[in-house]
Design a protein around this ligand. Structure first.
Ligand SMILES: [Mn+2]
Length: 327
């Protein structure tokens, strides 16, 4: 049975079935869906007797604290140890460059399978399973594993569930469809401990995170007419509050919670002084705003990198004002 409208689905299943070893990578700075998909796929392929080499293209493959409970993390290998000769499974990468330092190796692999749900995915694989109608890559991985004959157990289901929960904002976003909820329900039936996961993922912040939250909310800027709110996190903030960069993802959800704005942005200063900008919208598209600035993402959640904070914020305000409220 072919899931989704993905012409290369059967070929991808065949390629994975025939591979004795598989290199796997999710996008750099992995989130819950990237990690959940990566570890679920690794556990599943391992169950089929394959050698698996999960990683992502960064110098360190340390799992962020709030995801450190995920099963399968012990399978992770350093990016440098990902074999070049194995079939390569790329997960949740909207473009080849999201593989970071592993991009070159992935492109040189005998078969590169690109499994993703980002609109605008550039089909960088030799086989591309890009399904933009699902909530998460984890949804696609679930069906792939089922087609491969993997027995979904509690560990695999936990990884998949985390991918779905995080990419749907705990089933709150528009991408949470009846199918998504049915799949999540099926995963729960394998023994997934949803309350425990909620606690691990959403209530495991270090104390410094509360202090950082205070700073970020205090300095939030509202552009009333454009219904645009934004704030920022500097490297100095992280240093002084002791919060790791990958522990700040939840802050944009606080900033976007005001009824005064439809579009929210969070600027995060990177180690090279540039700013990573995450955008969220309650309706009007922010995907184009991000893409025109060299970034990408979904229509209601997108991001890009910019050299300067104030100029970029002013540019976004101008563009939102020009688009008017009808967009
Ligand atoms: Mn995703």
């Amino acid at each position: 049975m072919t899931w989704f409208d993905a012409p290369e689905w059967d070929d991808a299943v065949e390629a994975l079935r025939g591979a004795s070893s598989v290199s796997l990578a999710c996008h750099i700075n992995p989130d819950g869906d990237a990690l959940g998909s990566l570890l679920a796929a690794s556990l599943g392929l391992k169950q089929l007797g394959k050698s698996v080499y999960p990683s992502w293209g960064a110098t360190s493959v340390e799992v962020p604290y709030s995801f450190s409970f995920l099963p399968g993390a012990d399978l992770l290998v350093r990016a440098a140890d990902v074999p070049a000769e194995a079939a390569f499974l790329a997960l949740d990468c909207g473009a080849g460059h999201r593989l970071g330092s592993l991009e070159e190796r992935a492109r040189a692999a005998p078969c590169l399978i690109n499994v993703d749900h980002h609109p605008g995915n550039d089909n960088f694989g030799t086989l591309n399973i890009v399904v933009t109608t699902v909530s998460s890559t984890a949804e696609i991985v679930t069906r792939l594993l089922q087609d491969l004959g993997v027995t979904i157990d509690k560990e695999i289901a936990t990884c998949l569930y985390v991918g779905i929960v995080t990419d749907t904002g705990r089933f709150q976003y528009a991408n949470s469809t009846p199918d998504t909820l049915r799949l999540a329900a099926d995963l729960l039936s394998f023994g997934v401990d949803a309350p425990q996961i909620a606690q691990e993922v959403y209530e495991s912040s270090p104390f410094g995170f509360l202090k950082l939250t205070g700073r970020v909310l205090d300095r939030a800027v509202l552009h009333e007419r454009e219904r645009f709110v934004y704030s920022w996190i500097s490297r100095k903030d992280l240093k002084e509050t002791g919060v790791a960069p990958d522990e700040t993802d939840a802050l944009i959800d606080l900033v976007r919670s005001t009824r005064a704005a439809d579009v929210a942005a969070m600027f995060k200063e990177q180690s090279d002084g540039s700013w990573r900008v995450s955008m969220r919208s309650k309706g009007r598209s922010v995907g184009a705003l991000a893409r025109s600035r060299g970034g990408g993402g979904h229509e209601l959640a997108a991001g890009f990198t910019a050299p300067d904070r104030e100029t970029t914020a002013a540019g976004l305000v101008a563009e939102l004002a020009a688009a008017g409220d009808g967009s």
